[in-house]
Design a protein around this ligand. Structure first.
Ligand SMILES: *[C@@H]1O[C@H](CO)[C@@H](O)[C@H](O)[C@H]1NC(C)=O
Ligand SMILES: *[C@@H]1O[C@H](CO)[C@@H](O)[C@H](O)[C@H]1NC(C)=O
Ligand SMILES: *[C@@H]1O[C@H](CO)[C@@H](O)[C@H](O)[C@H]1NC(C)=O
Length: 601
């Protein structure tokens, strides 16, 4: 009785969402904007599918990867969204395989791409359609660009599954019309705090391609290390962790090419003028302020950094701009994207308090303050960054919203927001900036793994740091928790309504999202499990949203889709972390907190 009622609810929800025929077990992620399944029965897929209409090798390679995945995995959906009564036991064959079989066997893919030359840049058309009809032997894909076609392939490879007898099938004819809500859908890796090897970076890109994320924001360096080999200043990699833990120019080009082949842009970030010590100080120690200071958590009003180790570029030293220009120019010649991230976060006044030239500059004019100092940086550095033509810059929001900040930052610089959730998004939109949402309370993937600074007496306390034990504030923040604890679950990420309180014209300023994975506690061994499958929840949020056609949250429907996708990532070599006991995959909604399927609103 209970199960039947729940099953009816689930079917009703699924019906409202997408018109899914209830026998269909596949549930591609991200959910397409529109997907309509037929009812005429499964279609067999031949052991080969001939691709017609590929305009170039990039598309042929992408197809070969997709089809080889289809034929080698022979995927059996690992977690299906379906009535519990039907799927109470893990199906060894999809249920619909037992129903009548449509006559024609699929043997080919007809691809039509309107503009095969559109480059992979911000705002490029990523839409596609995918149609499998009862009568045709060919799958029909249309796209305006090759990038849309690549997305069609990653959808198709998720809906062709095992027929349970060694062959392949598509469960029902299907019609998909798909396009992303947001043009900028990213994850951020940090190779400054710890090194991440090329194979692990490729693994992240594999996961991104499968989930249709399209921007790899690469925070390349930080105060702790400089891993990028520079022709202009070979001495900078003396501050790499080792000779092995560096990226050569050809490494960078290989990452860019690997990503481009999978419809992923690579946007580099060189963090300036804050978070800057390693590498820079090898060029000239005079261009770095407070390099050898104690970061001074002990006496917080005098702190020079928010985490060890300190270092900020000397804003008033003219040599700084020569070095910045040469570093920027060299990297601009390698990275092909029109966007470039120039940092701008967490400038600490206490660092410049140790700078002689800054003290003299303040002494020369008592009206000057730290805001003027940051404005000096913007006025002198931004003209360097605006070459070459077509360059769009991204900065962290601090340069506009923090204390201190620059009062006059050009409005055509995109701001990446990470503080105060919807409040800062609103403030930036009202100010007229385009916005990338990375709100730390929702999207920071590094949170909740405890603090990492050492000699920390907060851990030498044998009592509950939150004796009230109130669930949502338990161990939040201090007393040994990470600054942005707790860990952000896939549900926290997926449920984030980041355009809350924006007018429709303000909402147009939000170009997309990025989930950062800061790497103080991340290297090759854990990067994938911290990134995935949570980044896939972000991917769907930015591709087709977290609401159904009726405007209701669809997190409960997403649950099985995400769990299946996690298994699919692992099968594809992406070491995504388990989210639940496998029991929950095999018993849809048995692990829900609430029986009411509309509890999430
Ligand atoms: C700068 O240093 C002086 C002297 O130590 C101190 O009084 C002042 O508070 C410092 N200012 C900042 C912003 O750290
Ligand atoms: C002193 O600094 C203030 C604030 O930046 C500025 O408005 C003013 O023009 C400066 N005066 C001189 C003489 O440079
Ligand atoms: C939206 O705005 C209202 C009114 O200013 C405010 O009370 C509410 O907290 C805001 N919501 C969010 C999520 O910021």
């Amino acid at each position: 009785m209970r199960i039947n009622r729940l099953a009816q609810t689930v079917v009703a929800i699924a019906g409202v969402l997408t018109g899914v025929a209830d026998a269909v077990a596949v549930n591609p992620l991200p959910a397409p904007t529109s997907i309509t399944w037929g009812t005429s029965g499964p279609k067999s897929v031949a052991g080969y599918l001939v691709l017609n209409g590929a305009p170039n090798q990039l598309v042929r390679d992408a197809w070969n990867r997709a089809f080889s995945t289809i034929t080698t995995l022979k995927w059996v959906p690992a977690a299906i969204e379906a009535p519990i009564a039907t799927y109470a036991v893990f199906p060894t064959t999809p249920a619909s395989a037992k129903s009548k079989r449509a006559s024609s066997v699929l043997t080919g893919v007809n691809l039509k791409i309107a503009n095969a030359n559109a480059p992979l840049q911000h705002g490029v058309d990523e839409s596609y359609t995918l149609d499998i009809t009862a009568s045709s032997q060919s799958i029909s894909i249309t796209a305006n660009t090759v990038w849309g076609a690549l997305h069609a392939f990653t959808t198709l490879q998720q809906i062709i599954i095992s027929d349970g007898r060694g062959g392949l099938l598509v469960e029902q004819p299907v019609s998909i019309k798909d396009a992303p809500l947001y043009p900028y859908r990213g994850i951020m890796i940090d190779t400054g705090r710890n090194f991440i090897s090329l194979p692990k970076i490729y693994e992240q890109i594999d996961g991104m391609a499968l989930s249709k994320l399209n921007v790899l924001h690469w925070h390349m360096d930080d105060a702790q290390s400089w891993p990028i080999q520079m022709n202009a200043y070979p001495q900078m990699t003396r501050d790499a962790y080792s000779a092995r833990e560096t990226y050569s120019h050809s490494d960078l080009k290989n990452v860019i090419a690997y990503a481009q082949a999978r419809a992923v842009r690579v946007i580099p970030e060189i963090d300036m003028p804050g978070h800057a010590d390693s590498g820079w100080k090898q060029v000239d120690p005079s261009i770095v302020a407070c390099s050898n200071s104690w970061w001074s958590n002990d006496n917080w009003p005098l702190h020079t950094a928010v985490e060890p180790n300190p270092g900020q570029l000397e804003i008033l030293n003219e040599k700084t701009y020569d070095v910045v220009q040469n570093v920027y120019k060299e990297l601009s010649g390698i990275f092909t994207d029109n966007f470039f991230h120039v940092g701008g976060d967490e400038l600490q006044e206490g660092c410049y308090n140790l700078s002689t030239i800054t003290a003299e500059w303040f002494a020369a004019n008592s009206s000057r303050g730290y805001n003027d100092l940051l404005q000096y940086w913007v006025d002198h550095a931004v003209p360097i960054f605006q070459k070459p033509a077509n360059r769009k810059l991204i900065m962290w929001e601090d340069m506009v919203l923090n204390t201190p900040h620059a009062p006059n930052v050009p409005k055509d610089i995109i701001m990446q927001t990470w503080n105060n959730g919807p409040t800062n998004i609103k403030a930036l939109a009202v100010a007229g900036y385009d916005i990338i949402v990375s709100s730390s309370d929702f999207f920071y993937l590094d949170c909740g793994f405890s603090g990492w600074v050492t000699n920390d007496p907060r851990y030498d306390v044998m009592e509950n740091p939150d004796p009230t034990g109130v669930e949502i504030t338990f161990n939040y923040g201090g007393n040994g928790g990470s600054w942005c604890a707790p860990y952000k679950s896939w549900q926290r990420i997926y449920d984030y309504d980041f355009t809350t309180n924006l007018t429709s014209s303000e909402a147009k300023h939000v170009i997309g999202v990025t989930a950062p994975l800061w790497s103080e506690q991340v290297d090759d061994t854990v990067v994938s499990m911290k990134m995935w499958p949570r980044a896939a929840a972000l991917a769907e949020l930015a591709w087709s949203g977290n609401k159904n056609a009726a405007g209701a949250k669809r997190t409960t429907e997403m649950t099985q889709r995400l769990f299946n996708f996690r298994e699919y990532l692992v099968a594809n070599g992406v070491q995504a972390a388990p989210q639940v006991p496998k029991y929950c995959l095999q018993h849809p909604h048995a692990c829900d907190l609430y029986y009411d399927q509309t509890a999430v609103v």
